[in-house]
Ligand binder design. Structure first.
Ligand code: HEM
Ligand SMILES: *[C@@H]1O[C@H](CO)[C@@H](O)[C@H](O)[C@H]1NC(C)=O
Ligand SMILES: *[C@@H]1O[C@H](CO)[C@@H](O)[C@H](O)[C@H]1NC(C)=O
Ligand SMILES: *[C@@H]1O[C@H](CO)[C@@H](O)[C@H](O)[C@H]1NC(C)=O
Length: 215
């Protein structure tokens, strides 16, 4: 009897561990995010990546996304690859500039070297959901052009109703000119992948919630 209970619990725990994302209700923005934790240090430090999208989004069409990233203070820059690899998809890199202001940059890489500026996605950082304390900083931004792109003439779309492979990168080192979003920055120490359940970050009130966020 007790052994059955334990086996049942163990099965539940391993199921929970197998899911890469969980649901996060954000009080600051009123949005529901699908959230993933990307470990970069064996002591348990990691970067949290959250994605919220409109429930009206359909596959093979353009849609906006709100991204919320929670970053430990020892991170020099943090990166998110919307297409789940370093090359040929929209990349976000973020760090703290002068006065600890959050700097985001939209990039694209065709090789494993410094990604260049990519103008087809744009990040608007909100004051709402952007804050810091003695251990972490976090930012919340609208991204247009992150969920679809063109690679060598073919259109690529992230599925709003299911899992998409995302990737992250972590560096302990700062960009050379942190106040500029066109700065160069040093290579990452750690990268990783996960499947992000976009459906879990689906919001029926997306447009009204986003309209209330302070720029
Ligand atoms: C100065 C900037 C960067 C340099 C020099 C750089 C360099 C490299 C190198 C040399 C590798 C191969 C590592 C290996 O095979 O073990 C790699 C892999 C990778 N990088 Fe970067 N990288 C940079 C920026 C970024 C950014 C901004 C992201 C994401 C936002 C990123 C994500 C990845 C990922 C996911 C991989 C795994 C292989 C792949 O998916 O293509 N990198 N990078
Ligand atoms: C840098 O910021 C400016 C002003 O917000 C924006 O227009 C531009 O697209 C950004 N560049 C990159 C590479 O993100
Ligand atoms: C991106 O936009 C900026 C500002 O309009 C422009 O100077 C730059 O050449 C563009 N870069 C690319 C790669 O299209
Ligand atoms: C510090 O801020 C982060 C990001 O907002 C948050 O996740 C964390 O709970 C905060 N820690 C404390 C002790 O308030």
């Amino acid at each position: 009897m007790f052994w059955n209970l334990w086996l049942g619990l163990a099965a539940l725990l391993s199921l929970a561990a197998a899911a890469d994302t969980a649901i996060y209700q954000d009080a600051d923005t009123g949005l529901t995010f699908s959230t993933a934790f990307a470990l970069y240090k064996s002591d348990g430090r990691g970067i949290t990546f959250r994605v919220a999208i409109p429930s009206s989004a359909t596959n093979y069409a353009k849609y906006d996304a709100v991204i919320q990233v929670v970053v430990p203070n020892d991170v020099g820059w943090a990166g998110l690859a919307w297409g789940g690899s370093m090359t040929r998809n929209p990349l976000l890199a973020a760090w703290r500039g002068s006065n600890n202001q959050v700097v985001t940059t939209s990039r694209w890489a065709t090789s494993h070297s410094l990604p260049t500026v990519y103008n087809d996605s744009k990040y608007t950082v909100y004051k709402t959901g952007t804050k810091s304390n003695s251990t972490h900083w976090q930012f919340t931004a609208l991204c247009t052009g992150c969920t679809s792109w063109t690679d060598s003439g073919s259109a690529r779309y992230l599925n709003p109703k299911g899992g998409n492979r995302l990737a992250f990168a972590y560096s302990p080192n700062k960009p050379s000119n942190p106040s500029s979003n066109t700065s160069s920055f040093p290579v990452h120490d750690v990268h990783g992948y996960w499947s992000h359940d976009f459906n879990a970050g689906s919001n029926t009130n997306f447009e009204t919630a986003v309209a209330r966020l302070q720029v």
